[in-house]
Design a protein around this ligand. Sequence first.
Ligand SMILES: [Zn+2]
Ligand SMILES: [Zn+2]
Length: 143
Amino acid sequence: MSHEGIRIVSEEQARREMAGETKLATDAVTPAKVRVKKSEGTGVEIDWKDGHKSAWTFAWLRWGCPCATCNEERQQTGRAIGVPKPKPGGPLVMYEAPPRPVEVTPVGKYAIKFKWNDGHESGIYSWEYLRRVCQCGECTKRV
Ligand SMILES: [Zn+2]
Ligand SMILES: [Zn+2]
């Protein structure tokens, strides 16, 4: 019996490969400038060290929350990241304020955290996560 072809990979690497993710270059996941347009209420813009520019609306970020609860909910309902939860049908239309952060906190050097106006605050948005879900025209075209 041959053992050729057996590679030893770390769990993290195996997970990435299964998800079809390749490792990103350090410059691609290091922000040179982060603009959180909190008072304008529009969203977040990041200029990366590799020259790429990303932008997300606050609504996209809220519905793309990477916390375990939101991940699970999306898996169960088949909701894609960044897509709002469907509203229940019927004649009663409830007004809901559009998602916006009431608090934005850096998490170490690797992530940013939002406390949303609906009270949710468990998502930690790592630079790597944000780069992977870049919503610029170029990146969304590739998916
Ligand atoms: Zn969440
Ligand atoms: Zn992009």
